[in-house]
Design a protein around this ligand. Structure first.
Ligand SMILES: Nc1ncnc2c1ncn2[C@@H]1O[C@H](COP(=O)(O)OP(=O)(O)OP(=O)(O)O)[C@@H](O)[C@H]1O
Ligand SMILES: [Mg+2]
Length: 314
C-alpha cells in the first residue's frame, strides 16, 4: 500500500507559559486515493499538524513524510506538489477573484498564457462562476472559503490538504463541496481534510483519525472502525412489518441467545441489537412466523455514534 502522508510520533510543544503540548506522539498513515478526515474539537491540534505537514511549523520531535518527501528537509518539494487551504487563508481584497488566482497561479509557476484559462475553469468548478470579476472585498465568508479551495487546486496537485474547508459555507455549498472532493478522488487525487464539523463531512470520508488534546484516539478506514464498534456495541436491525403482532415478534427476538436489546418503536416497527450478525436468523423467524415484512435494514452507525464511541473508549 502506498501512503501519501506518513507521520511518526510527532510531538509539538509550544514554549508558551505554561508550555502547550499541541501534538502528543501523533502517528498517521494516509493511503493514496482516499478522503481522509481528521476530526477533533477546537484546540485538538489539527491546524498544528497540518502546518507541520507543509513544513511551516517544526515539530519538537518525530518525523513526517508527504508524498515521500521529508517535511523538515524537503518542504519546498512538498509545497510544489500539494494544494493547501490553510487556516485563515486571506486574499488581496482590492483584486477580483480572477486577479487573485492569476497572481497565485503565476507564483505556482503556471505559464502566463495558461493561467487565466486555468483559473476560470477552477472558479467554475468551485461554484464561483458568477463572481469571477468581483473584488474579494465584496465576498461573503463562504465565498472566500470557496476561493481558498480554488487556489489550492491551481497547480493541479495530486494531494490536497484542507484545514476546515466548510467553515462558513452554507448547507448547499457543503453538499457541492462533498460532491466536488469525491470527483477529485475519481480523478486520482487524495484529500486530507480537518474539521470539527462531523455532520458536514463525515459521510464522504473513507478514512479517518480522531484527535483529542493532541492525541490520536483512533484511526482507520470507515469499515474498520464501524466493524470494531459493532463488535462492542452490537449489530443493529430495524424491522418494519406489514402484518403480524410487533409485541410477539419482539418476544421471539428476545429469545435469541446473543441479543442485547429489542426496542419497539411503533405499532409495526422495532429495532433489535445483537452481539453477532443476525440477518439470516431474523429472516427465517419472520418467514416462519408468518410476518409480512415492509422493510428490514441493517443499522449503520452514524458519524456522531463513531465519534462518541471512540472518544469514550479511549
Ligand atoms: N503559536 C502557538 N503558540 C502557542 N500555542 C499554540 C500556538 N498555536 C496553537 N497553539 C495551541 O496548540 C493547541 C492546538 O491548536 P490548533 O490550532 O492546532 O488546534 P485546532 O485543532 O486546529 O483547533 P481549531 O478547531 O480551533 O482550529 C491549542 O491548545 C492552541 O492553543
Ligand atoms: Mg484549526
Amino acid at each position: 500500500m502506498s501512503f501519501v502522508i506518513e507521520c511518526e510520533n510527532l510531538v509539538k510543544v509550544f514554549k508558551s507559559k505554561p508550555p502547550i503540548r499541541a501534538l502528543d506522539e501523533v502517528s498517521i498513515k494516509v493511503p493514496r486515493g482516499c478522503i481522509f478526515g481528521l476530526f477533533g474539537p477546537n484546540g485538538a491540534g489539527k491546524s498544528t499538524l497540518i502546518s507541520i505537514l507543509i513544513g511551516l511549523t517544526l515539530p519538537t520531535s518525530g518525523s513526517a513524510k508527504v508524498l515521500g518527501y521529508d517535511t523538515l528537509r524537503e518542504s519546498l518539494e512538498i509545497r510544489k506538489r500539494v494544494g493547501v487551504l490553510p487556516e485563515g487563508f486571506s486574499f488581496y481584497d482590492n483584486l477580483t477573484a480572477l486577479q487573485n488566482l492569476k497572481y497565485l497561479g503565476m507564483l505556482d509557476g503556471i505559464p502566463p498564457d495558461e493561467v487565466e484559462k486555468t483559473a476560470i475553469g477552477i472558479l467554475n468548478k468551485v461554484g464561483l462562476a458568477d463572481r469571477v470579476n468581483t473584488k474579494v472585498s465584496k465576498f461573503s465568508r463562504g465565498m472566500k472559503q470557496k476561493l481558498g479551495i480554488a487556489q489550492a487546486l491551481l497547480k493541479n496537485p495530486e494531494l490536497l490538504i484542507f484545514d476546515e474547508p466548510t467553515v462558513g459555507v452554507d448547507p448547499e455549498g457543503v453538499i457541492q463541496f462533498r460532491e466536488f472532493i469525491q470527483s477529485l478522488v475519481k480523478d486520482g487525487k487524495t484529500i486530507f481534510l480537518s474539521t470539527h464539523l462531523l455532520r458536514d463531512l463525515g459521510v464522504v470520508c473513507t478514512h479517518t483519525a480522531i484527535i483529542r488534546r493532541g492525541k490520536i484516539v483512533v484511526q482507520g478506514s470507515m469499515e474498520e472502525l464501524t466493524q470494531k464498534m459493532k463488535g462492542v456495541k452490537g449489530y443493529g436491525y430495524e424491522i418494519h412489518i406489514k402484518t403480524g403482532d410487533v409485541n410477539r415478534l419482539a418476544e421471539e427476538l428476545r429469545k435469541f441467545p446473543r441479543i442485547i436489546e429489542v426496542r419497539i418503536e411503533g405499532i409495526n416497527k422495532l429495532k433489535a441489537f445483537s452481539e453477532e450478525e443476525l440477518g439470516n436468523e431474523i429472516f427465517m423467524l419472520l418467514s416462519k412466523g408468518g410476518y409480512q415484512v415492509e422493510a428490514m435494514v441493517s443499522l449503520k452507525p452514524e458519524w456522531e455514534d463513531l465519534y462518541k464511541f471512540y472518544s469514550e473508549v479511549s
